[in-house]
Design a protein. Structure first.
Length: 317
């Protein structure tokens, strides 16, 4: 058992408009996150006979999040709590879940629902499923309580206390005028400028005629494109470093995620103390203002701190 970090980017979540009702079966419990939870858990009932449906876990109340879970029909999501620590789970009959966009969005949406209720969230690794012990000595819920919540209560309580004062925010930096950016690349790189000029000169040569120093368009255009691409990536790295330097001393930690498209020069996840969020906002605004409308900073959050903490559970007992 351990706590690990992950740097995979997370997708934005759109809630389902009309979730379908799940078939309320499955002795396994899919785990989304660990939360702070001082409320007692309701009595756990044994599994009914195979020919009888299980009763719904989603009785109205603060420990139920409704039918928003992973899998067919969106099963009910509820909390199993022990000594101030709770596991947010849903019933399932599946052993494994595919790492698909649909499934990861649902996983994220459930964590965000817990945050919306005011809970501190510790993300659990995607695909974690609790199931009955093979020898039948413990069902999935009791195994989850004993193996995770009780056995790791001090560790999890400490992490919840730490993250209760922190937020994860997503920070994206974008150039607003790509024509100006490419112009800067050409002006600052003699090799790119020289090759461009040779290609322009070659395009004006009569078909069949050649001159000294001529570069064929067939050979030169791909080479020029690769040179510009590499120069753009280097420019992105420099801009990202500049923005990260602007945030230094304000944030607890930073993770760099994949960018999308030419205009986006950085895609950061930052972990910040909640009390310092106004300072972070001021620094980002100053960074944008200094660049006279050529740079746009967007940031979203708070979101579950999946870029900085991930609870890993191994069922090795």
């Amino acid at each position: 058992m351990s706590i690990a970090t992950t740097t995979e980017p997370r997708q934005a979540v759109e809630p389902s408009d009309q979730p379908q009702r799940a078939e309320n079966v499955g002795s396994r419990r899919y785990m989304y996150c660990i939360i702070d939870c001082d409320e007692p858990t309701g009595p756990r009932t044994p599994h009914p006979p195979a020919d009888q449906p299980e009763a719904s876990d989603a009785s109205p109340g603060p420990l139920s999040f409704g039918p928003i879970g992973i899998g067919s029909g969106h099963p009910d999501v509820f909390v199993i709590a022990h000594q101030g620590v709770g596991a947010v789970v849903s019933r399932t009959s599946s052993e494994k879940f595919q790492v698909s966009r649909e499934n990861t969005i649902v996983h994220q949406r459930v964590m965000e629902a817990a945050m919306a209720r005011g809970h501190t969230v510790l993300p659990v690794r995607f695909g974690t499923v609790a199931e009955d012990k093979p020898d039948g000595s413990a069902d999935a819920e009791n195994r989850l309580v004993n193996h995770v919540l009780a056995a790791r209560v001090d560790e999890l309580s400490g992490l919840l206390a730490t993250y209760s004062t922190r937020d994860e925010l997503g920070v994206k930096g974008l150039w607003t005028d790509m024509k100006a950016v490419f112009g800067e690349i050409i002006d600052s790189n003699e090799d790119i400028r020289s090759l461009r000029d040779k290609l322009l000169a070659g395009s004006r040569v009569r078909p069949g005629a050649r001159r000294r120093g001529h570069v064929s368009i067939m050979d030169g255009k791909p080479r020029l494109g690769e040179m510009v691409k590499n120069a753009l990536e280097a420019k992105k790295v420099a801009a990202e470093k500049e923005l990260a330097g602007c945030l230094s001393g304000t944030v607890v930690d930073v993770r760099t995620n994949k960018t999308f498209g030419d205009p986006m020069f950085t895609n950061l996840a930052v972990l910040v103390e909640k009390s310092r969020t106004p300072e972070l906002d001021a620094r980002l605004s100053a960074f944008e203002a200094k660049r006279a409308g050529r740079v746009k900073i967007k940031y979203v959050g708070p979101v579950p701190p999946s870029n900085f903490i991930e609870v890993v559970i191994r069922w090795d007992d």
